[in-house]
Design a protein around this ligand. Structure first.
Ligand SMILES: Nc1ncnc2c1ncn2[C@@H]1O[C@H](COP(=O)(O)OP(=O)(O)OP(=O)(O)O)[C@@H](O)[C@H]1O
Ligand SMILES: CC(=O)N[C@H]1[C@@H]2OC[C@@H](O2)[C@@H](O)[C@@H]1O[C@H](C)C(=O)O
Length: 397
């Protein structure tokens, strides 16, 4: 059968098995979600059959770090990694299928985010002659060839072509899977970077809203690794035993990103260890003890998240916040957020049927489903949510 006919059959079938893949800014591993998806648009129904995070080997992580969020890199290495990550992610998928005892030919599609290596929205690069830009590597052709499964990848470019910043894309899946009549919902994801989607109880697509808020865990991870040689502050234990340094907190919050209008996006290109060190010098707090630094950075993430949410809500309305991403496992971060949003009901996306750790990978499966089924949800003229299909199709042969 011709490849295009196979794809057409997949598109016409009442349901599809799609593997969603996400490798985020934390570089902890590849999130792999095997989903059964039926319908499209607001009639989409999705069940997560399997989910796992394949942890990255130290060597693979260091390899990605060598080109990650840096202005100057070894260009040959970037070129090699584009193919290498595509193949490695493909092998990780095959290993998962093996463990799950699922044959690759039972899978209809892979939705592969790839690895963001640089994110440069115009508001950040400031170069008048250039557009918003972002780069995800781990090419879809390598994934398709390695796995033998039709792969949809590189979702962010169409968003940019249509006037967006290439992120957050979660909003599309959030709206299709989680919006509910008469309930105002905020879906807050805290990975390396934090973002949220606002889903109005009106369920009107043209009122849906999304933005990044700034750092989630990225700074916590950087300093936990520097001072404690651990990948992250497990359960916020280190921050819990420190004191917030107010002068440093004020200096951390003093950045144009936080004053810029919504929607906006960012990444570790801005929020990195150097950002903190500069804030320490500016506030004369270089002597801050490691535990106090983590306490302050945790509060910094929480305040910038809560303040962003407060900017878009009506105080007379009721909202439920559903948390996801690794930060939802950090009780200190969650406690600070809840404290600043006292009128919110707070829950996890688990309550909505999708585990918080799986959510982003699942949402890419939804995006791929929309690409092949035609989708066509009209988000109106809302900035940051262009009404486009996303992703490029790679056939295995
Ligand atoms: N038990 C825990 N306690 C504290 N923090 C945790 C815990 N579990 C995970 N995390 C944090 O979550 C991070 C991973 O989050 P996640 O996988 O959502 O990020 P990501 O998808 O890579 O990032 P992004 O969404 O920005 O692309 C870890 O690096 C760690 O900081
Ligand atoms: C350019 C890029 O990879 N951005 C990521 C990153 O990680 C979190 C936040 O910043 C978000 O905007 C986005 O990912 C999620 C999956 C999104 O697009 O919704």
């Amino acid at each position: 059968m011709r490849q295009i006919e196979k794809l057409y059959k997949i598109a016409c079938s009442p349901s599809r098995r799609i593997i969603g893949l996400m490798s985020g800014t934390s570089l902890d591993g590849l999130d792999v979600a095997l989903c059964q998806v039926s319908g499209s648009g607001l009639a989409t129904e999705l069940t997560v059959e399997r989910f796992t995070t394949v942890p990255y080997a130290e060597r693979f992580r260091d390899d990605i770090r060598s080109v990650f969020a840096k202005k100057t890199i070894d260009f040959q290495h970037l070129c090699l990694l584009n193919a290498h990550i595509g193949t490695q992610h493909g092998r990780m998928v095959l290993d998962c299928l093996d463990t799950w005892k699922v044959n690759a030919n039972e899978i209809d599609l892979i939705a592969s985010h790839g690895q963001t290596v640089y994110h440069a929205p115009k508001k950040q690069h400031g170069l008048a002659d250039y557009p918003n830009a972002t780069l995800q590597i781990g090419d879809g052709d390598h994934m398709a060839h390695t796995t033998g499964i039709i792969t949809i990848s590189d979702f962010r470019q169409k968003h940019i072509a249509a006037g967006g910043e290439g992120a957050p894309l979660a909003v599309y899946g959030d709206y299709l899977l989680f919006s509910k009549k008469d309930e105002n919902r905020i879906l807050l994801n805290m990975g390396g970077i934090a973002n949220f989607t606002y889903l109005p109880g009106s369920q009107r697509a043209d009122e849906v809203f999304t933005t990044d808020t700034g750092p989630g865990n990225t700074l916590l991870d950087a300093f936990t690794s520097l001072y404690f040689q651990k990948p992250y502050d497990e359960n916020g234990a280190l921050a819990a035993s420190g004191k917030i340094e107010p002068k440093l907190l004020a200096a951390l919050k003093d950045h144009s990103f936080f004053d810029a209008s919504f929607p906006k996006t960012t990444g570790p290109e801005v929020f990195n260890a150097e950002y903190v060190q500069v804030a320490q010098v500016r506030s004369g707090t270089q002597g801050t003890l490691p535990h106090d630094l983590l306490a302050t950075l945790t509060r910094f993430s929480a305040e910038t998240i809560a303040e962003s949410i407060k900017r878009v809500i009506e105080f007379s309305e009721k909202y439920t916040l559903y948390a996801s991403g690794g930060g939802a496992h950090n009780p200190i971060l969650m406690q600070h957020i809840c404290e600043q949003l006292p009128n919110f009901a707070v829950d996890s996306t688990e309550k909505l049927g999708v585990a918080g750790d799986a959510k982003e990978a699942v949402l890419f499966a939804v995006l791929a489903n929309e690409t092949v089924t035609g989708g066509g949800t009209d988000f109106g003229t809302r900035e940051g949510v262009p009404s486009v299909s996303m992703g490029k199709i790679s056939f295995p042969r």
